[in-house]
Ligand binder design. Structure first.
Ligand code: ZN
Length: 460
């Protein structure tokens, strides 16, 4: 009797272990299938680092940006266009992890969880991808960087479609360079798409956030005046303007980009409320993405830092770090009654399963501001844009709202130049952010990059 009992227990144990193993294998297969299928020992996928039989990638105008033939990967004509699109597409090295060819390699290779990878070409599901970007706008913005390091993004603030996404430095994916110790400084950060993966000192573009914080937290902000003598002493440390702006209203101080006034405003708002508004506008938040591509976290926090640092933080210095895509999203919220359109870059990935799951390509829009605050910030940005227009900035003659930034990053370095804002026109609902590292003045270095992209988009 005892022996039967033992045998029965062993049998039960073996059965349970078998079932548990089966469930485990099933779960792991669902979880890791796309990773496993890309392993080098899988002959079906191995050529050109998994891209040898990958589908075509189109831009929004159906221009073929990348395609495969005879187990090789090819790119579109025009070296400048290829370099402009390097970070959006990635290349066979897969070093650019946010590139479409890295991120969507499984969809591109035609692999499907149900149908697998080894099925004949004629029976394969469509494995092409259509992107939202405009290759001409990307090329124009890339050329307007004149070899400087930086980024430019333009996206539709109503739909979230990303039209231009360029990052520099870059290289030609059709002829990748060998990066050695001698030339590595030239290619510093080349594998990062600065639009989604980098942060920069925002300088005066951060006054958009400080202004929103003032509107929401200082009831009489529009009744106050701020007198700028060219320098403001905060705890024995001067905050300076290029020249004395004199006595100004809040709106005038924004249009003048007066550091002394905005240092005072940040002090009035206080570190906690400044942080609260910055977080409402997406700072310190790691949950944003562009399609499935994560957007790096932007940072703002001056709590416990003392008044001098709080004052500097309100004018976009101190430890403030802003990501270009987030700055475009904040502009989108200002344009869109407070709601930022979630950016996406993959229009159609040809995958039936993804089609059924519509959230895969588009995350949720982000409510950043009340409609009232958004419309007030919009008026401020319109005021500053009028002064830029007067100084020769034109975005194809369209009405726009914007803020420049000239961020100090060290005594022996030229400032980081920024231009952030949106076109105020329903026919061209484009929000933008451009950053040029060591570019000098935002209005001179960064606005032409945006203007070049917009001009291609408007001409179509
Ligand atoms: Zn001033």
């Amino acid at each position: 009797m005892k022996r039967i009992m033992t045998r029965s227990l062993v049998l039960w144990f073996v059965t349970f272990a078998f079932l548990a193993g089966t469930v485990y294998l099933g779960v792991m297969t669902v979880w890791h299938h796309s990773e496993w299928v890309q392993q080098p020992f899988n002959g079906h996928m191995a050529s050109a680092n998994g891209l040898g039989r990958a589908g075509k990638i189109y831009d929004r105008n159906d221009l073929v940006l990348a395609y495969s033939e005879n187990d090789e990967r090819y790119y579109c004509d025009g070296q400048s266009t290829r370099e402009a699109l390097l970070h959006v597409l990635g290349d066979e090295s897969l070093n650019i992890s946010t590139g479409i060819q890295s991120r969507y390699r499984t969809s591109l290779s035609g692999y499907n969880f149900i149908l697998g990878a080894g099925i004949p070409d004629s029976l394969r599901p469509n494995n092409d991808l259509k992107l939202t970007v405009d290759a001409d706008a990307c090329r124009a913005a890339y050329e307007a960087m004149y070899g400087k390091k930086g980024a430019c993004v333009v996206y539709n603030y109503q739909t979230g479609a990303v039209l231009c996404d360029i990052s520099t430095p870059s290289y030609d994916p059709a002829d990748p360079p060998e990066i050695t110790e001698e030339n590595e400084s030239e290619y510093d950060g080349v594998y990062l798409d600065n639009v989604v993966s980098s942060t920069f000192t925002p300088g005066s573009t951060f006054k958009i956030i400080t202004a929103a914080a003032a509107i929401e937290n200082i009831p009489d902000i529009y009744d106050q005046t701020f007198t700028c003598y060219g320098s403001l002493d905060v705890e024995g440390n001067p905050i300076t303007c290029e020249y004395a702006h004199g006595t100004q209203t809040f709106s005038e101080a924004f249009a003048h980009s007066c550091n002394c006034a905005f240092a005072e405003i940040a002090l009035q708002v206080g570190a906690d409320k400044m942080k609260e508004t910055a977080e409402q506008l997406g700072f310190n938040n790691d949950s944003f993405s562009m399609s499935e591509i994560p957007i790096v976290t932007s940072h703002y926090d001056a709590t416990g830092a003392g008044d001098n640092y709080l004052a500097w933080s309100g004018i976009g210095q101190y430890e403030d770090l802003a990501n270009p895509m987030l700055m475009a999203m904040i502009s989108s919220a200002v344009a869109n009654s407070g709601t930022a359109a979630a950016p996406y870059i993959v229009e159609d990935d040809g995958n039936l399963i993804n089609k059924l799951n519509i959230t895969v390509n588009k995350s949720r829009d982000v409510e950043m501001l009340s409609a009232d605050t958004a419309s007030k910030v919009k008026e401020l940005m319109k005021g500053s844009a009028e002064s830029y227009a007067w100084r020769g900035v034109s975005l194809s003659g369209l009405d726009f709202c914007a803020k420049t930034g000239t961020a100090e990053v060290g005594e022996d370095k030229e400032p980081t130049a920024w231009f952030v804002g949106f076109i105020d026109d329903d026919a061209y609902p484009y929000a933008f952010a451009a950053v040029v590292v060591e570019g000098g003045y935002g209005i001179d270095a960064a606005s032409p990059v945006v203007a070049a992209a917009i001009s291609e988009l408007v001409d179509k």
